[in-house]
Design a protein around this ligand. Structure first.
Ligand SMILES: CC/C=C\C/C=C\C/C=C\C/C=C\C/C=C\C/C=C\CCC(=O)SCCNC(=O)CCNC(=O)[C@H](O)C(C)(C)COP(=O)(O)OP(=O)(O)OC[C@H]1O[C@@H](n2cnc3c(N)ncnc32)[C@H](O)[C@@H]1OP(=O)(O)O
Ligand SMILES: CCCCCCCC/C=C\CCCCCCCC(=O)OC[C@@H](O)COP(=O)(O)O
Length: 378
């Protein structure tokens, strides 16, 4: 293994990366909190400022993917659609099989200039994750409990608020509602059978309510749906810990731009439209497994330097005071202070490890996993 590869695997490197992410993230969260009075005076300006602040956090993870791990992301799409990307508001539909699929999504947001403003219909639990979850609050991310009776009102209200958003945004919807596991797949295919829908091989049966309500309330605000299908080359199973260890992956993303006007307004028809879309997505996955590529030409947007520059800025800003502090600590010679410092570092790394665990499929929720749910809904 090359020397730099070994260096990337060192615990001390991970400690420094996590320290910079945590401290810069908390600083940005604090600055976001300070923008609260601005919302009352100039809401649109406050939103723009929050997009820039959010970029400072999310682009660090993008830089980790692009520059630290060297992961490559190839885009398959048609040349007619390409000029629209980043220039319009869009709903993005993505398969949910990989622990870093959101990060690959963020990479494309970064390359098309919509990273700071990107949105998602996210499970409520993520709102409490420090740094990212708190940042999302100020970005007006739409949260759901995945209980339609509870969600209906709040989701509609949050969507309505996006109507006058001052920046172009992509609204990501994982219609499957949870990450793919064999058990969840088996249960959701039993639901498909009961509903008389064709079985899917590579996807869970999509939950249609979130999609239909999003299309309904963002009509006029959003101009297209980007149907996106993600896969990794050579059957790689990427993880965030792998990225932190500098492991390089290769992601392939197939995107079709579908004008919003082509989606039926009627709820039942809209739901059927989504089911049909997932049947097509399943076929794309099948072809990818057979041929190792998606249909269409590759038009990969170039990697931009801004994520790396932002990351270097925070590293330089935060490493200097840390070095001075550590030097003073060790010079003090106090066993107690040194011990406390080591314990604090250990606690911080445990905290980040917990945050990373939020992305791990084997620690995922039981949503879509319970036979009971199936019976209730049947
Ligand atoms: C050019 C480049 C293009 C693209 C680049 C790609 C991407 C970049 C874009 C943006 C990036 C932005 C941000 C990314 C950053 C981070 C993202 C990180 C994570 C967040 C992700 C999540 O948290 S996913 C989980 C939350 N989201 C969702 O769940 C969304 C989907 N769900 C819904 O829409 C649901 O309908 C709901 C949540 C609104 C409501 O949930 P509920 O459970 O109440 O659902 P339903 O009412 O729909 O369920 C009941 C119906 O479902 C049937 N049923 C029962 N069991 C099952 C089963 N196991 N599987 C399927 N269906 C089932 C049941 O019969 C009911 O049927 P009905 O006929 O009555 O509907
Ligand atoms: C600069 C480098 C920083 C390194 C440290 C990284 C620390 C990690 C920080 C935050 C991680 C939280 C990101 C949240 C995104 C998780 C997305 C996700 O995949 O959610 C799962 C959800 O869809 C479905 O959940 P279930 O499958 O039902 O369960």
């Amino acid at each position: 293994m090359e020397l730099f590869g070994l260096f990337k695997m060192q615990f001390i490197c991970h400690l420094v990366i996590c320290y910079v992410f945590l401290v810069s993230g908390l600083i940005v969260n604090f600055l976001q909190l300070c923008t609260l009075p601005l919302w009352a005076i100039n809401k649109q300006l406050a939103r723009k400022v929050n997009c820039r602040l959010a970029y400072c956090i999310s682009s660090q993870m993008v830089a980790l993917l692009e520059w630290w791990s060297g992961t490559e992301c190839t885009l398959y799409t048609d040349p007619e659609s390409y000029p629209f990307y980043g220039k319009e508001n869009a709903i993005v539909i993505l398969n949910h099989n990989f622990e870093i699929d959101f990060l690959c999504g963020w990479t494309f947001c970064e390359r098309f200039g919509v990273l700071g403003s990107s949105k998602v219909l996210a499970k409520k639990e993520l709102a409490y994750v420090p740094v990212i979850g708190w940042m999302w609050y100020f970005l007006e991310i739409v949260f759901c409990k995945r209980k339609w009776e509870d969600d209906q009102k709040t989701v509609v209200q949050s969507l309505q608020r996006l109507k006058d958003y001052p920046e172009n945004f992509w609204f990501l919807l994982y219609c499957e509602g949870t990450r793919f596991t064999q058990k969840k797949h088996k249960i959701s295919m039993e639901v498909a059978e009961k509903k008389g829908l064709p079985k899917l091989k590579y996807h869970l049966l999509p939950r249609t309510k979130g999609f239909c309500v999003t299309v309904q309330h963002l009509r006029g605000t959003v101009t297209a749906v980007y149907d996106s299908t993600l896969n990794f080359r050579n059957n790689q199973i990427p993880t965030l810990l792998g990225i932190l260890n500098g492991k390089k992956y290769h992601a392939d993303l197939y995107v079709r731009r579908l004008p919003l006007d082509s989606i039926p307004e009627n709820e039942a028809e809209c739901a059927m439209w989504l089911h049909k879309l997932y049947q097509e997505k399943d076929e794309f996955q099948e072809k990818y497994n057979l041929t190792g590529c998606f249909p269409g030409p590759t038009l990969t947007p170039p990697c931009r330097p801004w994520a790396l520059l932002n990351w270097l800025f925070w590293i330089l800003l935060l490493l200097f005071p840390l070095s001075v502090l550590l030097l003073q600590l060790f010079q003090s010679g106090s066993a107690f202070i040194i011990f406390t410092t080591v314990v604090l570092c250990f606690a911080a790394s445990l905290g980040v490890r917990w945050m990373i665990s939020q992305t791990e499929i084997n620690k995922g929720s039981s949503y879509g996993n319970k036979e009971g749910q199936l019976n209730n809904n049947a």
